[in-house]
Design a binder for this molecule. Sequence first.
Ligand code: AMP
Length: 469
Amino acid sequence: MCGIFGIFGHPEASNLAYLGLHALQHRGQESAGIVTSDGERLYAHRSMGLVQDAFSEDVLSKLPGAVGIGHVRYSTAGGSGLRNAQPLAVDYARGSLAVAHNGNLTNADELRERLEARGSIFQSSADTETVVHLIAQSAQRTIEDRVVDALSQVEGAYSMVFLTEDRIIAVRDPRGFRPLCLGTLRSRGGVHVVASEPVSFDLIDAELLRSLEPGEMLVIDKGGVRSSFPFARQEVRECVFEHVYFARPDSPLGGATVYDVRRALGRRLGDEHPVEADVVVPVPDSGVPSAMGFAERLGIPFELGLIRSHYVGRTFIEPSQSIRHFGVTLKLNPVTSVLRGKRVVVVDDSIVRGTTSRKIVKMLRDAGAREVHVRVSSPPTRWPCYYGIDTPTRRELIASSHTTDEIARYLTADSLGYISLDGMIDAVVGARGEGAEARARFCHACFSGEYPVEFRGQPAGRQLRLLGV
Ligand code: AMP
């Protein structure tokens, strides 16, 4: 998963890109990068780690110009490492080009083999690089046409921002898997911004104009913003997991604030899996709104029975299993006065491997909870995502090989209830104020196995090991 940002027309483009990325940090903590243009050439800085660690004032001052794009990365395709950090920036026959990508291309492997057979030399193992090669090799004349030509050959999920010396091109794929929004600065006329989520705009005092439509391409340059729909039409498939977990709760996405959607998910969960209990406790932060909805629906007091330390990243983010186990206790601590002797319902947004929930159940019992009931505001995660969310292989997904009863036993929970697939979609559509026809607009492959685009393999694992860049 990743966050992307673009700004056109502000003399402090790098500073604003930095702030914009800061607000998108939840979408990726592995690496961060900004590329700017002063009208003649591009300036790039990429680094591993959080936005605040990747950029100092000094680094930002060396990224001049009024146009810029940025990226925060949480590795999906291509593995981790600085050589896969984005934005990718290259020089090619027509000038310089940079790109930031959120999503995952499902035919990158095939494209890469084809390109390599023709002599392309890849610098990274990321799927995004195929797009850069396709643009460089395109027979089209203008950069807009080259981008369209390249993207017409790729499949899968792509919200992307491109930067050239004098313009930004923003594209949302025809299925609209990943979000992408357009805004404008309040304090200064004629400055346009694009970002994965509108929370990015709040921090720089920009106003959300609208979401890009699936299949829409925006060209932002001195002439303003031009919109077109140059790709073959597809059925829309927005990622439902953005609402369940990924997006920030304060982001308005698709007509409703994610917070409201999550509360609605919690209410529906309460309808589907009621339980007699003394207290509802969220797994912070991701489970908070749905736990509130659940508590509200069943009339059970809501309490913060687990406190989160904010000085560690998301535990899931650590690639090594041993560190992740340690991470749960590093991150959460129980409030014994809330829990002792109580029948506790603990609400989280999802169970992936089950290791986090198992630790949490144990933590609650150790703190004196009499009963522990687990409620989950998404259905069992049974299938890997090929469109940009980092999910483990099928084998590691506990629900791919275990029934709900078996999972409850593994968690050592007194009961376990997941929201149903229909219930989840109804809640999202209802909170967004949409009609029944909108139910078909979502991708829920990770829960249902209904993949809207066939996955055709990842680039083979030929990887240079780059040390000390
Ligand atoms: P697990 O221990 O694998 O069951 O992890 C479940 C926890 O990870 C839940 O609390 C979720 O909020 C969180 N989570 C679910 N999906 C992701 C993801 N793709 N990236 C990071 N965290 C996730």
